[in-house]
Design a protein. Structure first.
Length: 313
């Protein structure tokens, strides 16, 4: 068995931008003085004439991206999730979302896996903020393969797209040779009949590990990857609920407003089901090593395993 690679999805974002730039001259990239961290600097090296550093002015960057979109360009604006979704929220809502402009937002360093940067930079609210904007597509890829495919899909989609990427290197769980990314479609990664774990982003690999741990307790766990938070795949969620009767969601985000809330909305309307939301429970993050924080907030494989075990009794 080959060794599992660990790649940060922010690296995937930078590499995917370069590939897009090679074949699509309308692609332009903006950053807010963080090109080295967001990895948009990779695009800058390849296409310096199509890269714009807007300085530490994220709201202004959103306005510039909106303007470029009205001129036939396809802008990818890049910054930390806390700034792209938080600081620039009004401009993203009013200048990009309201006129439904073709702007792509590459938000890196999301969640508690930002680590030592602490609570001010650990955006745990971005999925909630972005999915409530009418017409905004929201994507949270699980690994390198999915992240690069998501950037391509975002380009092909006409309209605003928010993409969430992480700082921490995480396992590559998908095989690029047979992987297919489809906006709004979840992916069953493991079959199961006792409980369904629906995960997104960093938590997908940990959910798979947790499912293997549950097998030792004779518990068959289905694992579903929801990479598109909006529009969400109602069909796969309802099917899973009807099959196992127990739904667990796992996300590196607040339990309020993110994947768990989106799944709960589907179930409450279509198929009321016993459910548990695993995430950050209405608190701010804190400074510390990323892996230790993931463990503390019970988002690692052991944490997910323990919570699922308690949930199903």
């Amino acid at each position: 068995m080959s060794e599992v690679k660990n790649i940060a999805t922010r690296e995937s974002y930078g590499n995917a931008l370069v590939e897009l730039g090679k074949t699509h001259e309308d692609v332009v990239v903006l950053d807010a003085d963080l090109a080295g961290a967001t990895k948009s600097g990779t695009f800058k090296k390849a296409f310096p004439d199509r890269f714009f550093d807007c300085g530490i002015a994220e709201s202004n960057m959103a306005g510039i991206a909106a303007g470029l979109a009205t001129c036939g360009k396809t802008p990818f604006m890049s910054s930390f999730a806390m700034f792209a979704a938080g600081r620039a929220y009004e401009q993203v809502r009013n200048s990009i979302g309201y006129p439904h402009l073709n702007v792509k937002i590459g938000a890196t360093h999301a969640g508690i896996s930002v680590g030592e940067d602490g609570a001010t930079h650990q955006c745990l609210e971005d999925l909630a903020l972005m999915r409530v904007i009418p017409g905004m597509t929201v994507i949270c890829p699980a690994d390198d393969v999915e992240a690069r495919a998501a950037v391509q899909a975002a380009y092909e989609h006409k309209g605003p797209v928010y993409m969430r990427f992480g700082r921490l290197a995480i396992p590559v769980i998908n095989d690029e040779n047979n992987y297919k990314f489809e906006l709004g479609k979840g992916i069953e990664l493991k079959d199961g009949c006792d409980v369904t774990i629906i995960a997104t982003g960093l938590c997908v690999a940990n959910a798979l590990k947790a499912a293997k741990m549950l097998e030792k307790d004779n518990i068959s766990a289905q694992v579903i990857n929801i990479h598109t938070i909006k529009p969400i795949d109602k069909e796969i969620i309802i099917s899973a609920a009807q099959k196992t009767g127990k739904i667990v969601t796992a996300e590196e985000h607040s339990v309020i407003g993110g994947l768990g809330s989106a799944v709960a909305e589907v179930l409450s309307e279509e198929c009321p089901t016993k459910m548990l939301k695993i995430g950050v429970n209405d608190v701010f993050g804190e400074s510390g090593p990323a892996k230790e924080l993931i463990k503390k907030y019970k988002l690692d494989a052991q944490g997910i395993y323990d919570q699922v075990l308690t949930f199903i009794g």
